[in-house]
Design a protein around this ligand. Structure first.
Ligand SMILES: *Cc1c(COP(=O)(O)O)cnc(C)c1O
Length: 404
């Protein structure tokens, strides 16, 4: 085998498009919820690649699926269909409200497909003027130009020229604000059941139910972005299942492939039926390698043991965070759903979430932030209880450094 050349963190700043500011260390190996860097330092992983490696790093069943498919068939394109994609589609249909699946490679692409489908459906079934999309402040839907514009943070979409039009943003969890803007020209309401990047804020029951009713009243589609909240993270397979609300379209990505890039848009037959060959597509979407891994991940995640394990692990996290709060008075709120947990910093630590993230890394712990004021935890759904305890000990060390 050819010798691999040595690389350092400095190479990042020289060679990679300067859109990221990664940690100073380079992870080289992971197993379960532990990660090791180039220097051999070990980390407890409460981040899971931003809610992606839901079964931990290098889960044996996923490695096996990847290995077997890797020796069988890698890629065809959608000029041909393939067995892993068909199996995965059936599993997703069996497990959800959906009748039809479109595969893509990232959350943004699944959302792009969803938003295009919602627009197309309205134009096809109702009127070409029924194009308004209602979305929410602080929402995040990805970085393609359509999805970033539907997202509720203009700082991410400004500066790239004229934006896709007829997208309206209102405050999250504010049903009256939606009522004030919805009309018969609305094609869709797009919402994350739990706003992830925007601060780990779950939708209220009243809000989700109200959105469904407003959609029905105005013949608009309810599109749920479950890219982060889906695939078991909430304690149910999808977060919408907590609300008893039936969506028209959902998207899933992040944990779907457990670390292998793959995403899906799920829709009802009625909505899907307006599409025809050539209207949308993707070269890689439904790639056999991706679907083989995702199929193996779904088989494990969609079991009572794993899903109820999420709720048990959440309790352990919440207890530990409450104990930390008693000692340090760090948080003003701890919220979220399942193993998507946000701890909002008290005013004393305003805008300092990043300081805690850095200190945690120095103490051997990987965590996330969601904006400047929220520390976010999105660990593996099967993280060992001992890893939770050890991670929380390291978190306390980190906190002592920051508050000292
Ligand atoms: C991460 C995320 C996306 C974007 O996914 P990518 O794979 O980065 O394109 C979209 N929506 C939500 C809710 C997300 O958390």
């Amino acid at each position: 085998m050819a010798e691999k050349s040595a690389v350092t963190r400095q190479d990042h700043d020289r060679t990679i498009l300067p859109v990221y500011a990664p940690a100073q260390f380079i992870p080289v190996k992971g197993k379960g919820s532990r990660v090791w860097d180039q220097q051999g330092n070990e980390y407890v992983d409460f981040a899971a690649g931003i809610a992606v490696t839901a079964l931990g790093h290098c889960h044996p069943a996923l490695v096996k699926a990847l290995h077997e498919q890797g020796e069988t068939l890698w890629h065809l394109s959608n000029v041909f269909t393939n067995e892993p994609a068909l199996r995965l589609a059936q599993k997703l249909i069996d497990a959800t409200f959906a009748d039809r699946v479109f595969f893509a490679n990232s959350g943004a692409e699944a959302n792009e497909a969803a938003f295009k489908l919602a627009r197309y459906y309205a134009a096809h079934r109702h009127s070409p003027y029924k194009s308004k999309i209602i979305a929410f402040h602080n929402a995040f839907h990805g970085r393609t130009f359509f999805t970033v514009t539907v997202g509720g943070q203009p700082k991410y979409s400004d500066g790239f020229g004229p934006k896709p039009a007829d997208i309206v943003h209102v405050p999250f969890n504010d049903l009256d604000a939606v009522k004030a803007v919805i009309d018969d020209h609305t094609c869709a309401i797009v919402v994350e059941p739990v706003q992830g990047e925007g601060g780990v804020t779950p939708a209220t029951q009243e809000f989700m139910q109200g959105l469904r009713e407003l959609c029905d009243k105005h013949q608009a589609l309810l599109v749920l972005d479950e890219v982060q909240s889906g695939m078991g993270r909430s304690g149910k397979l999808f977060s919408y299942m907590h609300y008893g609300v039936k969506p028209d379209i959902i998207t899933t990505a992040k944990a779907l492939g457990g670390g292998f890039p793959v995403s899906a848009m799920l829709a009802t037959e009625e909505v899907a039926s307006v599409m025809e060959p050539g209207k949308h597509g993707s070269t890689y979407g439904g790639n056999p390698l991706a679907c083989a891994v995702a199929g193996a991940a779904l088989d494990i995640i969609n079991t009572p043991e794993v899903l109820s394990g999420v709720t048990e692990r959440r309790e352990k996290f919440i207890q530990a965070l409450e104990a930390i709060n008693e000692e340090f008075s760090l948080f003003k709120a701890v919220r979220g759903q399942g193993l998507l947990i946000g701890a909002e910093l008290a005013d004393t630590y305003k805008n300092r979430a990043g300081d805690f993230l850095k200190a945690a890394a120095e103490s051997g712990l990987m965590i996330l932030v969601a904006g400047p004021n929220v520390i976010r935890f999105a660990p593996s759904l099967v993280i060992e209880f001992a890893d939770i305890s050890e991670g929380m000990e390291r978190f306390k060390q980190a906190i002592r450094k920051v508050v000292a």
